[in-house]
Ligand binder design. Structure first.
Ligand code: NDP
Length: 339
């Protein structure tokens, strides 16, 4: 990312002793002035171990005490999904900016309350849709917006991965915590499609499957067709059980196409090709720390410059797509997407 942001020093609190927070904290430390201070977990032991391992000053189990004593400028919420809304509202109420993990909530009214609470408090609410930071996606968006492949009409997303053993917990057996591949991965794809197409999704038709990794009613595979305003059609495939598969993203325009391999992973690397009347060529895509880039933009937004890569309102919209996808899988019909 070429932007040079001025950021102010900020004290950060972490709600959730999670795997993703372990990855985010070192990334945040690369952004000037950002100081990870304390963690809040439901378990005192987990909180202490997390704080020690990540070099934080303090650990808490009580959210109110954490928010009161931490004197945070910003809070990162990466608990299980059903806790995001209440914890974000509490952090906003305490005067903090909030970067919340996806899906930002479990239903539309809660997501709306979060967005409205941030507006009322005059605080920044971001959604950690890290794929907007991928250099391949930023270049694809620019090329599409400049008409470089003509009129975009179709998108294919293959975001089928193998859920690593250390993450095979609540995602596979806890519907109440927002488990399942739709709320976990389709939500990212929905945001990325909005970002790339520069258009809003209107209808979704989703089929889900049960390959035996997820338990009970939870799905571990899904395929959808999403219709966007302006007529773009997108196909998406999300899976927890695809071993040894590269992710793929294919944008099809009336004058050419763009094809990325590996861009949907967390690694921040990718290969990207453009094909048109001049033939096929590979485009240069620098590797990026997706989380550092997202938190850099968030910190700048907190300092009054620009907006987070994905706002709270973006998180509401990506969540709405995923919820409509689940409704479609249950009803057997295409469902309207409402925000
Ligand atoms: P984890 O399973 O690692 O953590 C979620 C919660 O589970 C933690 O807050 C913690 O609760 C609890 N927990 C963690 N380890 C244990 C354990 N050993 N035993 C019992 N409980 C444990 O989830 P993720 O980090 O994968 O996901 C957290 C959030 O981040 C989700 O909302 C997810 O959707 C999102 N996410 C986003 C990503 C992105 O790239 N944007 C990538 C991965 C996840 P407590 O805090 O109470 O200790």
């Amino acid at each position: 990312m070429s932007e040079k942001f001025m950021v102010k020093p900020m004290r950060w609190g972490f709600v959730g002793a999670s795997h993703i927070a372990e990855r985010v904290i070192p990334a945040l430390r690369k952004v000037p002035g950002q100081e990870p201070v304390a963690v809040c977990s439901r378990s005192a032991v987990r909180a202490r171990e997390f704080a020690t391992a990540l070099g934080l000053q303090a650990s808490y189990t009580d959210l109110a005490a954490f928010l009161k004593e931490g004197r945070f400028d910003a809070v990162y919420v990466s608990s299980t999904n059903e806790q995001h809304c209440a914890q974000t509202l509490a952090a906003l109420e305490a005067g903090c900016h909030v970067m919340c993990e996806k899906p930002i909530a479990m239903n539309l009214p809660d997501a709306r309350r979060m967005v409205e609470a941030a507006q009322r408090a005059g605080r920044v609410l971001g959604t950690n849709h890290h794929l907007r930071a991928q250099a391949a996606h930023r270049l694809m968006r620019e090329i599409v917006a400049a008409g470089g492949i003509g009129r975009l009409h179709g998108v294919q997303v293959s975001h089928a991965v193998f859920l690593p053993p250390h993450l095979q917990g609540w995602r596979l057996d806890a519907p109440g915590a927002g488990g399942g591949v739709v709320l976990d991965i389709l939500v990212h794809d929905a945001d990325l499609l909005r970002y790339l197409a520069g258009a809003e999704p209107r209808r979704i038709s989703t089929h889900v499957q049960h390959n035996g990794l997820a338990r009970g009613a939870l799905e571990d595979g899904a395929m959808s067709v999403i219709e966007f305003e302006g007529g773009v059609l997108a196909q998406t495939h999300e899976s927890f059980v695809a071993q040894h598969a590269a992710t793929r993203l294919h944008l099809l325009g009336t004058e050419g196409s763009l094809y990325a391999v590996g861009s949907l992973s967390q690694a921040g690397t990718a290969r990207l090709w453009q094909r048109d009347a001049q033939g096929e060529r590979e485009l240069e895509v620098p590797p990026v720390d997706l989380y550092e880039t997202g938190f850099r933009a968030f910190a700048a937004a907190c300092a009054g410059q620009g907006a987070p890569l994905a706002t709270g309102a973006d998180g509401l919209r990506s969540m709405a797509v995923a919820l409509a996808g689940l409704a479609s899988a249950a009803s057997g019909r295409a469902e309207a997407i409402t925000f």
